[in-house]
Ligand binder design. Structure first.
Ligand SMILES: *[C@@H]1O[C@H](CO)[C@@H](O)[C@H](O)[C@H]1NC(C)=O
Ligand SMILES: *[C@@H]1O[C@H](CO)[C@@H](O)[C@H](O)[C@H]1NC(C)=O
Ligand SMILES: *[C@@H]1O[C@H](CO)[C@@H](O)[C@H](O)[C@H]1NC(C)=O
Length: 347
């Protein structure tokens, strides 16, 4: 008996020392550094026929392609390379849904490109029902869906006008019985003027013309968190929250005070800490998630994406006079890494 315990202890100690010697650091997929890797991108943009113009930088005339050839190297471990066929097999007969704003659309398109280019002969079909886009891989019976819901909570047309209801989440009807859900909301919370799609904001019984946007954001996230706690069965559905996808409109934050946007950026920052720090909205997300009863994983893309000032469409997105886009990401590009991490998290 004693020697059995000693044996187990011995193995335990050896494993611990082995880990310490082998990696030196704890594995964290979300901390690390970008390294140049000629085997990237995971797909050539021209092999994915359904990339929207908005994200199709090479087709829109972007000449540099160095930004495509970087791999995320997490601290203390390696990411397993994305295997689309394996992914499709794992999700055979199942469904995946991204819910959120255009950053969700960016990630949804990235994943469908990664899957399509891994199984180019597999038949697919794209349809749209209301606000939900449905990408079906027929041979695998896999559905990869996108529900456009920029606030997650409801915006309702009433007599007084459009009301953003921080406590109401009827939209959640569409999210039940899905095998994997990836939520996101942030970018629309600071919209004002003609770009703001509501006239009033409702919290409890109070209807206001406006309020502190960070507090509104936190209230809405809490409503969403309660919805998840009430409606999700963790044995059936995996739930993720895509963290804050950062924009690059002010070079001061990446140590280039002269830069007014991301247009001339051709390389990532090859360090592990972004000089400008983390966006405060991420702190709000982490705080809400930490109070939840059901397991929700933060797909914490902020750190790694902050370093990718080179990854945005800039003038090679929709273009035009208002078309300087340093918020979305070129495809192929940074969201492929978000999905590669997502894949590693479900392995
Ligand atoms: C595409 O998928 C939808 C269901 O998602 C189905 O109703 C439709 O028939 C499919 N179209 C084709 C051409 O297979
Ligand atoms: C960029 O950020 C710096 C520091 O926060 C600020 O002083 C500057 O005015 C900003 N530039 C622009 C164009 O907003
Ligand atoms: C990432 O976040 C951690 C704190 O969670 C911080 O210490 C680190 O510097 C951040 N890295 C970047 C690139 O901002």
């Amino acid at each position: 008996m004693g020697s059995w315990v000693q044996g187990v202890l011995f193995i335990f100690v050896v494993v611990c020392i082995g880990n310490a010697v082998g990696s030196g650091e704890k594995c964290d997929f979300f901390q690390g550094i970008w390294v140049r890797d000629e085997t990237y991108p995971l797909y050539k943009p021209e092999e994915c026929p359904f990339i929207e113009r908005e994200f199709n930088c090479q087709k829109n005339g972007r000449m540099d392609d160095s930004y495509l050839k970087f791999r995320w190297q997490p601290q203390g471990c390696a990411l397993q390379r994305f295997d689309g066929q394996d992914f499709l097999e794992r999700f055979r007969g199942k469904s995946i849904m991204f819910i959120g704003d255009s950053l969700s659309r960016n990630q949804w398109q990235s994943l469908t490109c990664m899957l399509h280019t891994s199984a180019p002969r597999a038949q697919y079909n794209i349809t749209r029902v209301g606000d939900v886009s449905i990408f079906t891989f027929m041979d695998y019976d896999v559905k990869v869906m996108l529900d456009r819901s920029v606030y997650l909570v409801d915006v309702v047309d009433e007599k007084i006008g459009r009301v953003l209801k921080l406590d109401s989440i009827q939209g959640g009807k569409l999210w039940k019985n899905i095998d994997m859900l990836i939520f996101n909301t942030w970018h629309w919370w600071n919209r004002r003027g003609p770009l703001q799609p509501w006239d009033y904001i409702q919290t409890g019984k109070k209807i206001l013309k406006d309020m502190d946007r960070m507090i509104a954001f936190e209230e809405a996230l809490t409503t969403w968190a309660n919805w998840v706690d009430l409606n999700i069965d963790p044995t059936k559905s995996k739930v993720f929250f895509q963290g804050v996808s950062p924009s690059h409109y002010n070079g001061t934050s990446w140590g280039e005070p002269g830069a007014k946007n991301c247009v001339h950026e051709k390389e990532p920052l090859l360090v592990s800490t972004y000089p400008g720090g983390l966006p405060p909205a991420l702190g709000v997300q982490k705080s809400v998630l930490s109070k939840m009863k059901k397991p929700v994983l933060l797909l914490d893309v902020t750190n790694l994406s902050l370093l990718r000032k080179d990854g945005h469409p800039s003038m090679y997105g929709l273009g035009g006079p208002t078309g300087m886009d340093c918020s979305h990401w070129c495809l192929a590009g940074v969201p492929d890494t978000w999905n590669e991490i997502l894949y590693n998290l479900i392995l």
